[in-house]
Design a binder for this molecule. Structure first.
Ligand code: PMP
Length: 299
């Protein structure tokens, strides 16, 4: 991976190599940590962070679910993110805030372990290929009564790792997980949309992470008078769609051209996907003034 010079760790900017933790960090053993993934894009007015406020808000909500008290305010975390970008002199990057139960306590009650907070960033290009082949996983998404689905908790990602390893072993690019009822949930790190008869459909919020890119696409589509329906999507509906795509901070808007052995839209990127993808890239690069409140400029 591409290193940068500084990491913000528990209130200080430290050298990349110096951001170290103890082997008895609670989160390493039990997954008791929450995180975010945020992107910063180069724009004509300098680097801009996409929906920073909403990501920090979700980080605090996730922490609350694990009864973690973040020893910094939301405003402080926004400020240090901007400062870290400047210190590291990067223009485009992926930003990874993480809050984790650290050293000082073992056992499943994390109370008493120190709450640590770090922000790391590095240049990260495309996460997935230009267009992807997707395998429906034998692993189901975590049951909404097993976990708090709206929280972005590190431990949950073992479910995503199992599905990813399975998909890649079968030479697919990415997995797709169903929920406990057998409906389409999401990718290991992405939400999913399908297009049918010029309408957009996406899984309702139950067994999925409420993605900020998902929210952005819903808002963009509705502003363009494209109908968006959040519902339970069956595998049959999925495979009979006209177009499909993933959304996520890392994945951005990634067209899906195959699901299991079913080719979607003759393997080509669909019109609606292309339209939303282009719109999205213009917005993040500050070329659409209607959405400029989604950007935090690094000045
Ligand atoms: N689902 C999961 C499981 C994810 O990890 C992510 C990435 N954060 C998403 C959906 C997409 O969320 P966002 O658009 O906020 O990045």
């Amino acid at each position: 991976m591409t290193k940068t010079k500084y990491i913000w760790f528990n209130g200080k900017f430290v050298k990349w190599e110096k951001a170290k933790i103890h082997i008895l960090t609670h989160a390493l053993h039990y997954g008791s940590a929450v995180f975010e993934g945020i992107r910063c894009y180069q724009t004509p007015k300098g680097p801009a962070i996409f929906r920073l406020k909403e990501h920090i808000e979700r980080l605090f909500n996730s922490a609350k679910c694990l009864e973690m008290k973040i020893p910094f305010s939301k405003e402080e975390l926004q400020r240090v993110t901007i400062k870290l970008i400047k210190l590291n002199k990067v223009k485009e990057c992926y930003i990874r805030p993480i809050v984790f139960y650290g050293y000082g306590k073992m056992g499943l009650n994390p109370k008493g372990a120190k709450v640590n907070c770090a922000i790391i960033l590095w240049p990260w290009g495309k996460y997935l290929k230009e267009k992807v082949k997707v395998k429906i996983s034998k692993f189901i998404r975590l049951h909404p009564k097993s976990v708090i689905s709206s929280a972005k908790v590190c431990g949950y990602y073992v479910n995503s790792i199992f599905a990813t390893l399975e998909a890649q072993k079968s030479k697919f690019d990415e997995a797709l997980l169903l929920d406990y009822k057998g409906f389409v949930a999401e990718g290991p790190g992405e939400n999913i949309f399908i297009v049918k008869n010029k309408k957009l459909f996406t899984s309702k919020l139950e067994s999925i992470l409420p993605g900020i890119t998902r929210d952005s696409i819903i808002k963009i589509a509705r502003n363009e008078k494209i109908p968006v329906i959040e519902k339970d999507i069956s595998v049959k509906e999925l495979k009979n769609c006209d177009e499909a795509f993933f959304t996520g901070t890392a994945a951005e808007i990634t067209p899906i051209v195959q699901i299991d052995d079913k080719i979607i839209n003759q393997g080509k990127v669909g019109e609606m996907t292309k339209f939303l993808q282009e719109k999205f890239y213009k917005i993040v690069r500050a070329q659409d003034k209607n959405y400029k409140n989604w950007l935090t400029f690094v000045r």
